[in-house]
Design a binder for this molecule. Structure first.
Ligand SMILES: Nc1ncnc2c1ncn2[C@@H]1O[C@H](COP(=O)(O)OP(=O)(O)OP(=O)(O)O)[C@@H](O)[C@H]1O
Length: 234
């Protein structure tokens, strides 16, 4: 479970996240939507203690993320908008293995996780390929595999579909659907709900750093204007 309580984050004097209290249960699939600059990315970066609260707190399974960042990063996997920013190794397999290696797992377990994660994104058998020779869509899938190999309770994806062609987009969505069905919680940050509307149970809308909408998907669709988000049915 991820919980924020009165979370405030300021850049200089301006609050990018302003008094956000939110609970995301294990297994929930949530879209975080809102206009550009509404605070979505800043909010989710707090789930992994990548930023420090100016006020309030963030807990994962009841454990304060500022005090226990390693625990938070183990349970909450994060995939950023530009996957190039998060690769740490030159080849696909070495990159996906990096997280599990840092957990101190034995080689057999690491290999199992890498194989399963690559299979989940249709990259099985491509562990030896150089990441810089892959297409943007393939790199996006490797980034997802790296997060999956941690076997997190929640997977947070920040604009996972931006820049992907239609068929890669559909393949990533299909994998997210099957992950969700097998119990992994999803938090998908997007400025355009259309792509993920069938994937999520709940929509959290951000506006000027605040939660302006929090409802199950079907009901949220009628109130999207409040969050400045395009209606996927239009
Ligand atoms: N590193 C930073 N330094 C200063 N201001 C920042 C920084 N990062 C974000 N901001 C500002 O904080 C506000 C919220 O930004 P944030 O990226 O969290 O919003 P967002 O909803 O994710 O936007 P987008 O959809 O454009 O990514 C914006 O006004 C943004 O300009």
């Amino acid at each position: 479970m991820i919980e924020t309580d009165g979370l405030v984050h300021r850049y200089d004097e301006t609050a990018a996240v302003d008094d956000v209290s939110l609970t995301i249960d294990d297994g929930e699939a949530v879209a975080v939507v809102g206009a550009n600059g509404s605070g979505k990315t800043t909010l989710v970066r707090h789930f992994d203690a990548l930023l420090e609260p100016d006020e309030g707190s963030v807990r994962v399974d009841g454990r304060d993320v500022t005090e226990e960042p390693v625990y938070a990063r183990t349970r909450v996997g994060m995939v950023f908008q530009n996957p190039r920013d998060q690769f740490v190794a030159g080849t696909v397999g070495a990159d996906v293995a990096f997280g599990p290696e840092n957990l101190g797992l034995d080689r057999t377990e690491i290999d199992r996780r890498v194989d399963e994660a690559l299979a989940a994104v249709e990259m099985a058998g491509r562990g030896d390929e150089r990441i810089d020779r892959l297409s943007g869509g393939e790199q996006a899938r490797v980034a997802v595999a790296g997060a999956l190999a941690m076997e997190p309770d929640h997977l947070v994806l920040d604009e996972p579909l931006v820049g992907l062609d239609r068929s890669t987009c559909e393949s990533v969505l299909e994998h997210l659907r099957s992950l969700s069905a097998s119990g992994t919680g999803l938090v998908v940050v997007t400025h355009d709900l259309r792509d993920v509307v069938d994937l999520v149970d709940r929509v959290v809308g951000m506006g000027d750093g605040r939660v302006v909408l929090d409802a199950e998907t079907e009901r949220a669709l009628d109130r999207l204007d409040e969050a400045g988000v395009r209606d996927p049915r239009c």
